[in-house]
Design a protein around this ligand. Structure first.
Ligand code: G1P
Length: 292
């Protein structure tokens, strides 16, 4: 089995939930404390051995390319001012991985975004797919992409990352029917996208981090677009299962933040602020919140 070396990040969405903040800047560049959301995701992939980061962008997303590029003027200015720590941070961003950008000309769904990147993937190659909203912190343990790769290495099949979601949020996620194999992974037998609570096969929700094996590309091409005209990865998974294809699930270890949601975004910001700051700053933040 070839090791997984590529990750595709579909990030062409408008980020309408965060308007007006996202009118003139990509949602993925909004900072989670001091680090853009997309950088958290790229770092997670790189730490798991991913070498090629394929970002599917769209109009208005150029700040992402600049973020992961060299910036001669800034680097020169930091050097002149002897700000070596900052210089290291800036330079580290451009040589973290090979960055490749593909444009999705129209917002036709996450499945369509993936198809825009298909020609960059070998026919026998499995890839990691990471949506821009889900940020996971598993301090001291394997990160979310490493957790997915562990299951892929055991099974050779596609893998989705799973987490129990509360009843009131079941209709916001892909929900699966799941049979445990061991403590951490199991077999997915049904995938229902955003079901009503009464139709949900379980409370296990899909996090936007996946491993796709080559057979899923065929399903992406043939799956029918939804009533909104969008081609969705969730439908390709459902079609794959309907044709007796295999998908495994990995129960997430770690804390997950859905930064596509304003409260989730705020929680992630607070989490990383509290994690990185000094005890004195932490106490100030906590005191401030307790007084609101
Ligand atoms: C997408 C997927 C859904 C998944 C979710 C995770 O939905 O379609 O299956 O549970 O990401 O964040 P979206 O949030 O793009 O509507």
């Amino acid at each position: 089995m070839k090791p997984i070396r590529k990750a595709i990040l579909p990030v062409a969405g408008f980020g309408t939930r965060f308007l007006p903040a996202t009118k003139a800047q990509p949602k993925e560049m909004l900072p989670i404390f001091d680090t853009p959301a997309i950088e958290h995701i790229v770092r997670e992939a790189v730490a798991a051995g991913i070498e090629d980061i394929i970002i599917v962008t769209g109009r208005g997303k150029r700040a992402i390319e600049d973020h992961f590029d060299a910036n001669f003027e800034l680097e020169h200015a930091l050097f002149e001012k002897k700000k070596m720590k900052e210089l290291e941070i800036v330079q580290g961003l451009s040589d973290m991985a090979n960055f490749v950008y593909v444009r999705q000309p129209q917002p036709l769904g996450d499945g369509h975004a993936l198809l825009c990147a298909q020609s960059l993937v070998e026919e026998d190659e499995a890839v990691v797919v990471l949506f821009g909203d889900d940020i996971v912190d598993n301090e001291g343990g394997p990160n979310a992409v490493q957790q997915l790769i562990e299951v892929y290495e055991k099974t050779g099949d596609s893998v989705v990352l799973l987490e129990k979601v509360p009843d009131e949020r079941v209709d916001q996620y892909g929900i699966v029917d799941y049979a445990k194999v061991d403590k951490h992974h199991g077999v997915v037998s049904r995938f229902v996208e955003k079901p009503a609570l009464e139709d949900a096969p379980s409370n296990l929700g899909v996090i936007g981090k996946y491993i796709l094996t080559p057979n899923i590309w065929h399903k992406l091409k043939t799956t029918s677009p939804g009533p909104d005209g969008e081609v969705r990865l969730a439908n390709a998974f459902a079609d794959h299962l309907a044709d007796n294809g295999k998908i495994y699930g990995r129960i997430l270890e770690g804390q997950r933040f859905d930064t596509g949601d304003k409260i989730g975004f705020l929680k992630a910001t607070l989490h990383f602020a509290l994690k990185q700051e000094t005890d004195a700053a932490k106490a100030t933040i906590k005191e401030f919140i307790s007084k609101q």
